[in-house]
Design a protein around this ligand. Structure first.
Ligand SMILES: [Zn+2]
Length: 285
């Protein structure tokens, strides 16, 4: 493992340098406040207006009006989902997993927001309920709903194994985006972006800090719920890894469908809520 190779001797003050305390790169206490209490009131009385089944090893797209909620629900058995989110009216504004990770950490839960790409950088959605919030971080450093794993894809799979597999989450998301956007091939694939790994249990190993996965703790009935801050296009892949306990780019794992539920709050209950503005920053001329 090349990471462990040490070719240089420690300087005399190595321990002093290592002992410097970290500071948080992006303290979140100055983020524009979200009305989390208002969302909790609104979600008490939700009406399900439609449901969508995502078949195993496939992806489907769905739209969510701003000001309403949606849930990704585990049905039938433990299953991981890879989520892409877009501004429905401008597909260039899409979920920015890297900046969301920098702001909220490696794994997301209730109160965290899904931020959009530059130059927009605003919340596309806010997580309002997570039935797996009890899991926390386990003894291996693992947790659920990560923004560190990008998505399984046929290019890395071929790189590592020499094999081709056509139902990776990247491929599924690409097919769904292509059908929804009617864009030709290169543009459609370029819209696919790093995902929120819904229900997936992941972390970095303690010794080599490599990305790991372990069997998802999700069970039928569990869900992750979002409030749509803008009119959303969502695309969700039911990962070919199933619960991601062993493999993720083959037909070997047992896979189950996922369900997306669109949920409408009572009219007028979010009367003070406004869709967030895009970033006000402009480059100098
Ligand atoms: Zn996947």
């Amino acid at each position: 493992m090349t990471k462990m190779l040490v070719e240089h001797q420690e300087p005399e003050d190595a321990e002093t340098r290592r002992a410097i305390k970290p500071v948080i790169c992006y303290p979140t206490d100055t983020l524009p406040p979200a009305d989390l209490a208002g969302y909790q009131v609104a979600r008490k009385h939700l009406t399900c207006t439609s449901t969508l089944r995502i078949p195993p090893r496939e992806a489907r797209s769905f739209t969510v009006p701003a000001g309403t909620f949606f849930r990704i629900v585990s049905v039938e058995g433990p299953q991981v989902g890879d989520l892409n989110l877009f501004n429905q009216h401008n597909l260039q504004e899409r979920f920015y997993a890297g900046k969301t990770r920098a702001l909220h950490g490696t794994h997301l839960s209730t109160g965290d927001r899904l931020w959009s790409t530059f130059p927009y950088l605003r919340p596309l959605a806010t997580i309002t309920c997570d039935t797996l919030d009890w899991y926390g971080f386990d003894a291996d450093g693992g947790s659920v709903h990560d923004v560190i794993g990008t998505r399984c894809d046929p290019y890395t799979h071929r790189l590592l194994s020499g094999q081709d597999y056509d139902h990776c989450c990247h491929s599924n998301l690409y097919q769904a985006v292509r059908q929804t956007s009617h864009l030709p091939d290169p543009q459609a694939e370029q819209l696919v972006h790093d995902v929120l790994n819904v229900f997936m249990c992941t972390g970095f190993t303690r010794d080599t800090h490599q990305y790991f996965m372990k069997a998802s703790p999700v069970r039928p009935g569990d869900y992750l719920e979002f409030f749509a801050e803008v009119d959303l296009l969502g695309v969700l892949s039911a990962c070919p890894g199933g619960d991601c306990s062993s493999e993720h780019s083959s037909d070997l794992a047992t896979c189950y469908p996922l369900e997306v539920q669109l949920l409408q709050p009572e009219p007028g209950i979010l009367k003070d809520w406004r869709s967030p503005e895009v970033s006000g920053y402009h480059h100098p001329d």
